[in-house]
Design a protein around this ligand. Structure first.
Ligand SMILES: [Zn+2]
Ligand SMILES: [Zn+2]
Length: 422
């Protein structure tokens, strides 16, 4: 039963729909306009462009606006058509886009930072413009009055920022590898807690307000899923990239996490699978399987006249084992290991083929990804690359299924997907 319900991961691929290549320099942020065949891009070449798809099938700019400095980041709010552009000179400029996307009108300018703006976020419910900069500050402004409301000094410069409207918590991921949670008031903020789990910079954050789960991506190639709503302190690692994680998006309808890395890899994770936390690595002076001493255990080495062995760890049980007792490799998708990792011989025997069924699919965007955006209503995925090209993909895996079956159980969902693909 269980063996046949897992979909074949290679069966469906995101299909390339369009390419936009006209920028003189890297496009740092680009978004798909919902319900419109359009894309908004901001680039290192100082331009803000709105691309609309013409009858020819090509995207042409309906707006081409040059800013005073390179555009480092952007946020677009579709309801109000408010576009916030962060620049290299520390300024954030707001524009309102016309209904037909043929015009943009300046709305406000904030002298937010001393250096390059790294992330900008507009919160409609609060009328706040949140931003972070290379000056290691997090600030928020009132979008109505243009006034600065408050700021917070961060440990390092920030590259990930998310906000939970319901509880007014800001999640701030920085280059020291930590994620800071701040509680924002109108003109004040307090430190709630910090999460430390990455060994490299935090490069991207993604917040799912329904499941109350925060995802952080890092230059250490890993993604950590922090269960904030569960309040049990669970943190699950997802290992599926060979390079620095560049972007994270969550598809709420299908409960899939989409992640991308600087080598062009795109991974689509099925988040309907209950994954387990990886075990703590145990410390031992000798192999916990064959009891041979590790090389620093001189007394046992001397007593038993044995050569010391190098210590390894089984990724499944966390036991300290020697190389001989952990010669096998296996994927452990239910622990987030989509790549083969070291396991001890007894754990290897306990992992079934069913356990090894991948819970993620792997795709190649064929360009080094700088930025990624997912548009949920059509399931389109946009990537912007170091090659200065924007690619828009129709996303087969995340297309909303027309079947009306319940999605309560994982196996049911997988079956539905299988039916859809036929
Ligand atoms: Zn051993
Ligand atoms: Zn083991």
């Amino acid at each position: 039963m269980a063996a046949e319900v897992h979909p074949k991961p290679q069966a469906r691929k995101p299909v390339l729909l369009s390419k936009i290549e006209a920028s003189q320099d890297v496009v740092n942020t680009a978004v798909i306009i919902p319900k419109e065949d359009g894309v908004i891009s901001v680039s290192e070449d100082r331009t803000v462009r709105i691309w609309l798809k013409r009858d020819s099938g090509q995207y042409w700019p309906s707006v081409y606006h040059t800013m005073p400095a390179p555009c480092s980041c952007m946020y677009f709010n579709p309801e109000t058509r408010r576009l916030s552009v962060g620049m290299d000179n520390g300024t954030v400029s707001d524009f309102i886009l016309s209904e037909d996307y043929n015009k943009m009108t300046p709305a406000a300018t904030y002298q937010a930072h001393q250096g390059r703006v790294t992330v900008v976020l507009f919160v409609l419910e609060m009328e706040w413009v949140l931003s972070t900069g290379q000056d290691k500050t997090f600030t928020w402004h009132c979008s109505e009055s243009g006034q600065r409301l408050g700021s917070y000094r961060t440990t390092a410069w920030v590259s990930g920022l998310q906000f939970d409207v319901e509880t007014r918590h800001a999640f701030v991921g920085d280059h020291s590898g930590q994620v800071t949670i701040l509680k924002l008031e109108q003109d004040d903020c307090s430190l709630v807690t910090t999460f430390k789990g990455h060994t490299g910079n935090v490069t991207a954050l993604c917040w799912d307000p329904v499941q109350r789960v925060l995802f952080s991506g890092s230059s250490d190639h890993s993604i950590i899923m922090w269960d904030i709503g569960g309040r049990k302190g669970t943190a699950i690692e997802l290992q599926g990239h060979n390079e620095k994680v560049q972007g994270l998006c969550y598809a709420p309808h299908t409960r899939q996490l989409i992640s991308c890395s600087s080598d062009g890899g795109i991974v689509i994770w099925n988040m309907d699978v209950r994954r387990q936390e990886t075990p703590e690595w145990l410390d031992s002076d000798s192999c916990q399987k064959c009891e041979q001493p590790f090389f620093w255990n001189f007394k046992q080495m001397w007593d038993s006249k044995k050569i010391g062995l190098r210590q390894h760890h089984c990724r499944k049980c966390g036991q300290a084992v020697c190389g001989k007792c952990s010669s096998r490799r296996s994927t452990i998708p239910l622990m987030g290991f989509e790549f083969e990792v070291r396991v001890c011989d007894s754990c290897y025997e306990s992992i079934t083929d069913e356990d090894r069924a991948p819970t993620a699919t792997f795709h190649d965007s064929k360009h080094g990804i700088v930025y990624m955006h997912y548009e949920p209503t059509r399931g389109w995925l946009l990537t912007s690359g170091v090659d200065k090209v924007i690619k828009v993909r129709g996303h087969d895996m995340v297309r909303t299924c027309t079947n009306t079956h319940t999605r309560t159980h994982t196996y049911l969902l997988l079956q539905i997907k299988d039916q859809c693909s036929r």
